[in-house]
Ligand binder design. Sequence first.
Ligand code: 5AD
Ligand code: SF4
Length: 481
Amino acid sequence: MYQEIDLDRIDINVEPPIEEPDRQYYFMARCRQWVQAFERKNGRRPRACIQTFGCQMNARDSEKLLGILERIGFEETEDEHGDFVLYNTCTVRENANLRVYGRLGYLNTLKKKNPSMLIALCGCMMQEQEVIDKIKKSYRFVDIIFGTHNIFKLAELLYDRLEQKAMVVDVWESTDRIVEELPTERKYPFKSGVNIMFGCNNFCSYCIVPYVRGRERSRNPEDIAEEIRRLAADGVVEVMLLGQNVNSYGKNLENPISFAQLLKLVSEVEGIERIRFMTSHPKDLSDELIEAMRTLPKVCPHLHLPLQSGSSKILKDMNRRYTKEQYLMLVDKIRQAVPDISLTTDIIVGFPGETEEDFEETLDVVRTVGFDSAFTFIYSKRTGTQAARMENQVPEDVVKERFDRLLGEVQQISARVCARHLHTVQKVLAEEPDSHGPGYLTGRLGNNTIVHFPGDTSLIGTIVDVYLEESKGFYYMGRQV
Ligand code: 5AD
Ligand code: SF4
């Protein structure tokens, strides 16, 4: 098994292998020599800090990046005074980009004090040519830039940088390969994200993801099941299956398989007690999947089903390929099959051409469905997308006013809906010590609602019965029974 390879036993006096992941283990061994020299010189291991922006996919990528760095011999640090600082970036909305530029200014001051510090950037933002141009021009102190398609190459790129002492830029436009068997370092010992597919083919007109994450590629079900078996053997009880559009999982595999079939396969893994997944596109949500959610007890009663807008006209311009009525019918169908399901969503306010009537349609869906929670976003114009070329952009003050109204509505509904399990006993996965005070833990219900309750840290990673005593809007206070 690759994970157990002893880097010190890899022969680095020969040419690097061509095949992956062998090639990367070879470069990890080469970087390890550098780390050992650093240690001799400084009397400590070099420290690496990874800052993650954006979604769960990025969070999972960062675990892989950290896994590589730890195998090389870096010590993890949360603080940006490290010897190697890596930003895994997001570009879904413009403010994500602005945050990265802001932080880079700060890193520059740190690097002036510690010139041997290495700074690397990767992730979605690096897939945009204008970003690369800007960094090359105005942020010359950056050492390594890579994109979303070649994160597996971190060791090789680090080695290149150490050898050539100049900025290394390696961004691929696309890829059809998936490199398996790299090390990962999980944030939580008892739960883990698992990529089941990469990329997106939907081209919603506002969204930059298909441009920066490339076309849809599904991993082989056997590779996924094997990864989950290993996770279970390592103490993981909950997995979150990750993809931009999990409902179209497996369609393009040599031996096609549906997402519902994958859920069955994952359900069979002993030791796994909870299965979550993210994200579902309403247009691809099949009856087979609803049936799987109804019948497979390990699949959590939670569905994240991005609405984006409640207006059929806006949905058409967004290229979402469903109408308001179809969305509502889908919700009915799901609720009939899984009555107690928790529904969450994403909503964009201020898409080009959105009128007050369109916005009220969104409020109407929000009220009709009664989401457990909704992530609300102000529309952000992304260069290169279809919507960026639309002329009728909505004025900023109008958008802001609608956004505030929506948020108020969403919060009110969510507080009511989330409280529906008050005074019942529920299964809770204890996840971490709670900031409410010493002796308290934070955990989650199957439907993802947060619960705080008194308990010992030895319970972390186990599922316990908790009586929900008090509802606080978005979370409960409870006690173990
Ligand atoms: N502007 C605002 N929100 C966006 N999202 C995606 N692209 C944009 C954009 N250009 C939101 C969508 C998606 C979530 C991950 O981010 O709601 O579901
Ligand atoms: Fe973006 Fe639409 Fe793909 Fe989601 S489904 S990543 S919103 S293009």
